[in-house]
Design a protein around this ligand. Structure first.
Ligand code: PBG
Length: 325
């Protein structure tokens, strides 16, 4: 066969045709929206590097959650930037801590909205690393895992629908699962940031979450951007340890990783379109260099096409509005 019998353009000739034969569709059901919580009352503090995104006090976060739920946003991913930062990440383990308060308040106001709690030490430590730092300045894996499990238990007790460890320590999924189970939280799922890369695209987030490392970088625990076999290893290990969903992060520069992970596992695969991916599009659109709506939908369609079942995106509310229109 081939030309002139084969004419792929036949099914491309109108919008109606293109809609009919479309292979990848974005669904409002599959988006998760990140929220940043800070201390205080009536605080809405814009994050300069992320236009449209603000740090919110708990009361404002509750208002925001109600509005998001009303718009049909199915799930939130919660980050807290507590005022108290110390070597032990005490604020993250405190039952009255900022994250725990926010989780409880949002679930009380919006029981049907799914709330995932990001579990990490970086927002609550004075050094901004995701684990405990030894005297020699290294990140100590096993003591960090212990603390992370306590943080996860704290968030599960506060009412989180899932805990999402983002620290990249070895063995934390198993430790979290064991501690949750031992305390009556066997039904709380673990969303593992399984393949999380040491990425330059987290820059804007670190302003929002106040979690930039005070020294060094995260390359001794987050993954080398050049590796994909290692991502499969991480994902399979986390599933063996009890992860219910696995994540690839960032999303756009790692579409091949998303595809390979999707083909290798049976659990849902989540992709995180991170702050830098968001800000790049926002910045170019603000200068009129790119069509924001088209670029956002194309970036998300690419992530879906690569195999992501769920997408965490700062564009989520906007996309849902576009999908409804
Ligand atoms: C913290 C964490 C980070 C992100 C999510 N959880 C930053 C980091 O690892 O430095 C990045 C999210 C984003 O950039 O949107 N462990």
């Amino acid at each position: 066969m081939g030309f002139p019998s084969e004419r792929p353009r036949r099914t491309r000739q109108s919008d109606a045709w293109r809609r009919l034969v479309r292979e990848t569709r974005l669904s409002a059901d599959a988006f998760i929206y990140p929220l940043f919580v800070v201390p205080g009352r009536a605080v809405r503090h814009p994050v300069e590097s992320m236009p449209g995104i603000s740090q919110l006090s708990v009361d404002e976060a509750v208002k925001e959650a109600k509005a998001l739920a009303a718009q049909g946003v199915p799930a939130l991913l919660l980050f807290a930037a507590p005022a108290r930062k110390d070597a032990q990440a005490s604020a993250a383990r405190d039952r009255q801590g900022l994250a725990a308060q926010a989780i409880t308040a949002i679930k009380q106001a919006c029981p049907d909205l799914i709330v995932w709690a990001d579990v990490c030490l970086c927002g609550a430590t004075d050094h901004g690393h995701c684990g405990h730092v030894t005297a020699a300045g290294a990140i100590d894996n096993d003591s960090s895992v212990q603390t992370l499990a306590e943080v996860a238990l704290n968030y599960a007790r506060a009412g989180a629908d899932a805990v999402a460890p983002s620290d990249m320590m070895d063995g934390r999924v198993q430790a979290i699962r064991a501690l949750l189970d031992a305390h009556g939280h066997a039904t709380t799922p673990i969303v593992s940031y399984a393949a999380k890369y040491a990425s330059s695209f987290y820059g804007p987030f670190r302003e929002a979450a106040e979690s930039a490392p005070a020294f060094g970088d995260r390359r001794s625990y987050q993954m080398d951007p050049a590796n994909v076999r290692e991502a499969l290893r991480e994902v399979l290990l986390d599933i063996a340890e009890g992860a219910d969903l696995v994540m690839v992060k960032p999303a756009g520069p790692y579409l091949d990783v998303i595809r390979q992970v999707r083909d290798a596992v049976r659990v849902p695969v989540v992709a995180y379109q991170v702050s830098g991916e968001f800000s790049l599009i926002k910045a170019a659109a603000a200068r009129g260099w790119i069509d924001e709506r088209a670029a956002v939908l194309e970036s998300l369609t690419g992530i879906r096409r690569a195999g992501a079942d769920l997408i965490i995106s700062y564009f989520a509310p906007q996309v849902l509005a576009w999908l409804r229109a």
